[in-house]
Ligand binder design. Structure first.
Ligand code: IPD
Ligand code: CA
Ligand code: CA
Length: 266
């Protein structure tokens, strides 16, 4: 794929993430229809509306592309030369309680046996009008409001004792127990530890150098795909807690995102 094609994918990722984010922001303060789709797993009418907003726009531009979306949609093809991996609202629990930490995550990925190679990505925080984006080999940028985009770099911190870390809980009780063990260690080893409630946005903040590392033991591809490219293009990484490469799995992925300079000994 040439640079023009990559940049076009990035533009579509940005445009769709921003349109969906604006819709989510408009709906944020209105009464929500909330339902439970699983144990400690919510979906709102805004998740459905924002996903539709993104998939309609992508389908209009790239009719042969496929989708891997958080919310079920039987109308969408799962196959194609490019798969759009979409989390229409990451941080749904925050969103449903009018906590203002949530984002839209959109990644255009090349599928390969066993996983995906993100080629272009956008994560948009509509409450702060912050657009994090990247294209493979083209770097990552942060655009705030109407200002020009500026290049993103992970933080230079190497000493865990100075690191601002973030973590999130997963739904399953067993996974929470495992996280407790790691939280216990991180809380003692790091400068401080935050639980933000939106994995994609927390990892975008790692890519922007605001946070030094982020831990989650049960993410899904739609939480990870866009953030992975942002991190790769800003000098960071996402690996498993044991340092091995991540394994793409819709059932759950253990992930540590970092500036790639910390030794966390998890
Ligand atoms: C969740 C959020 C949360 C993380 C969960 C995710 P959702 O995504 O990213 O921070 O702890 O693992 O499932 O359901 O809000 O899109
Ligand atoms: Ca999510
Ligand atoms: Ca979601």
């Amino acid at each position: 794929m040439n640079v023009d094609e990559l940049n076009e994918l990035r533009q579509v990722a940005c445009d769709t993430a921003v349109s969906a984010g604006k819709l989510a922001r408009e709906m944020w303060s209105q009464p929500r229809q909330i339902s439970h789709k699983g144990f400690r797993d919510l979906v709102t009418d805004a998740d459905i509306a924002t996903q539709q907003c993104i998939t309609d726009a992508v389908q209009a531009r790239y009719p042969d592309h496929g989708f891997l979306t958080e919310e079920e949609d039987s109308q969408l093809s799962a196959t194609g030369p490019i798969i759009w991996i979409i989390d229409p609202i990451d941080g749904t629990t925050n969103y449903s309680r009018q906590l203002p930490e949530f984002c839209v995550s959109v990644a255009a990925c090349r599928p390969h046996p066993g996983g995906y190679e993100p080629l272009a990505a956008a994560i948009y925080d509509p409450m702060r009008e912050e657009l994090f984006s990247a294209a493979k080999g083209q770097g990552a940028t942060l655009q705030i409001g109407g200002a020009d985009p500026t290049p993103m770099q992970v933080s230079p911190i190497t000493n865990t004792a100075q690191a601002v870390m973030a973590v999130d809980w997963s739904a399953s009780a067993a996974t929470r127990l495992n996280i407790m063990g790691l939280v216990n260690k991180l809380a003692q080893d790091s400068f401080t530890l935050r639980a933000i409630g939106t994995a994609a946005l927390a990892m975008a903040w790692v890519a922007a150098g605001r946070v030094d590392g982020y831990l989650n033991l049960r993410l899904r591809p739609w939480d990870v795909a866009a953030a992975l490219l942002l991190l790769q293009e800003s000098g960071g990484t996402i690996v498993q807690p044991n340092g091995e490469p991540i394994v793409w799995d819709t059932a759950g992925m253990a992930c540590v995102a970092s500036n790639g300079r910390l030794t966390l000994n998890l």
